[in-house]
Design a protein around this ligand. Structure first.
Ligand SMILES: [Zn+2]
Length: 473
């Protein structure tokens, strides 16, 4: 079988745009995906050397940023030596882009070679801009096709992208991967009033077999379908769904809720928009939950949050990502602020990548510190969604109590049936249930929280990433 280039000594690598494996093949690139990890380190180092030298020669920012690193960026000798380069944060990128708009001195190609402009929305500060060259965009398509192949997408599939087509690169990344793989692409979008009802109609009519969305949106789509008298299991043809943007696809109860709603496989994916090809954290069709780290596409280290020291396999830390084949605006040792655990998992797919068995289960900035305890919203989601009486949405309200103690209130919807069972009494008739939910949360979180019950449908459903934390501190 033809091999795509991988361990090539030429940088950046060139890929054959016509290559597609046989549909029965498990792997897009058997050799790269199943090689012993020590051998892969050699492949990674080879690509890292190319990437770092290139950035050193062409980027004014990196030249300045690495000047005092104590290593020679033009001649990185080992992965350990590479790890001595400083970590790059979103703040660095923001500051640099403010000083040298729009791209900062990250850009290593002339601006006229930028083929696409993407960025972050800037909801939490100045937006960041990513310029992507045409060759980079093609390599992103190649990488995503390879990873979607592992997720189980094949050329005979029809892939519906039910997410916003905007500055946000998620939908575009899903689309370019599915296109490169040769699937039929159905870029439906999301976010316009009434569009979810239309998504139900179109999914019935076109019968797509794969879906890309956020986990919250997939649940909302199923809910909307049922309200319209459409059965998501029998009236749709989805056999697999791949997700990014939220931790849900590796949250066991959410994952199960999606799989049950549609009778489909669920695959978790996603690193960060800045790190596109963002699928380089990507599950396969055999993995019960979590994501493989496709280390020869984007190199991922796990480091501890305080000293940035490497975290050994089995430990928990913050992923730090490095592009390995980006000529336009490379991100090198980019701090994610996410929290994950990594392990070697013996996956039936035979891939020898490290795995994040619980996906990305938190963000350092999403993590709530309540009375000294770390609380991840994803853990609360898991507890709530595992309950039959759950109404589909929840909110977390954090307040300061008596000046120094933090109080967490979980406002959770209960199903319409359960709500109706209380009759005239309203929430007062459901005190037993409320105490039961509070006890389940206390067991899972190790701290007591207040619980308020709400009726199904009270909280807004999202077509994008759900915002569930209301911090009043
Ligand atoms: Zn696997």
């Amino acid at each position: 079988m033809a091999q795509t280039s991988g361990a090539s000594h030429y940088w950046p690598p060139q890929y054959d745009p016509s290559y597609v494996p046989h549909p029965d093949a498990e792997h897009w690139d058997f050799r790269l995906e199943t090689m012993p990890p020590a051998e892969r380190d050699g492949v990674i180092l080879d690509k890292l050397r190319g990437q770092v030298r290139y950035a050193w020669e062409r980027s004014g920012f990196y030249r300045e940023f690495w000047r005092d690193a104590g290593v020679d960026p033009a001649n990185i000798g080992s992965l350990e030596e590479f790890a001595r380069l400083p970590v790059l944060t979103k703040e660095h990128v923001r500051q640099e882009q403010e000083d040298y708009p729009p791209y900062g001195r990250f850009l290593c190609v002339p601006p006229e070679q930028i083929y696409r402009v993407h960025g972050t929305s800037g909801t939490t500060g100045r937006p960041t801009v990513f310029g992507i060259s045409r060759c980079d965009w093609e390599r992103i398509g190649e990488a995503h096709a390879r990873i979607l192949w592992a997720a189980g997408v094949r050329p005979h599939d029809t892939v519906m992208v039910a997410a916003v087509f905007s500055l946000y690169v998620g939908s575009w990344g899903a689309l370019v991967g599915a296109e490169r793989l040769g699937a039929t692409c159905f870029p439906f979008g999301a976010g316009v009033p009434g569009q979810t009802e239309r998504a139900v109609e179109w999914a019935q009519m076109v019968q797509p077999t794969a879906l890309y969305a956020t986990p919250s949106y997939a649940l909302y789509l199923a809910e909307t379908a049922r309200e319209m008298g459409v059965d998501p299991r029998s009236d749709f043809a989805f056999r697999l769904m791949f997700f990014s943007g939220e931790p849900g696809a590796s949250v066991p109860a959410t994952r199960q809720a999606i799989a049950d709603a549609y009778g489909c496989q669920v695959v978790d994916q996603g690193s960060m928009a800045e790190m596109t090809p963002w699928m380089s954290n990507g599950g396969c069709r055999h993995l019960a939950r979590g994501m493989h780290l496709w280390q020869d596409i984007v190199y991922t280290e796990l480091v501890d949050a305080d000293r940035h020291a490497p975290v050994p396999l089995g430990g928990e830390g913050v992923p730090v990502y490095t592009h390995l084949e980006r000529e336009s605006q490379p991100m090198i040792r980019y701090w994610s602020g996410d929290i994950a655990r990594w392990e070697m998992v013996d996956c039936p797919c035979g891939r020898t990548y490290p795995t994040l068995p619980w996906g990305i289960y938190g963000r350092a900035d999403d993590m709530l510190i309540i009375r000294g305890q770390n609380v991840f919203p994803s853990r609360i989601e898991d507890v709530l969604r595992a309950r039959d009486d759950f109404g589909g949405e929840f909110r977390l309200v954090v307040e300061q109590e008596r000046g120094y103690l933090d109080r967490l209130t979980v406002q959770t919807e209960v199903s319409a049936t359960v709500w109706a069972s209380a009759g005239e009494a309203g929430p007062a008739g459901l005190e037993g249930l409320r105490d039961e939910v509070a006890a389940a949360l206390r067991r899972a979180l190790g701290i007591g929280v207040s619980v308020e019950l709400r009726t199904e449908g009270e909280f807004e459903r999202t077509q994008f990433k759900a915002r569930r934390v209301i911090d009043l501190r």
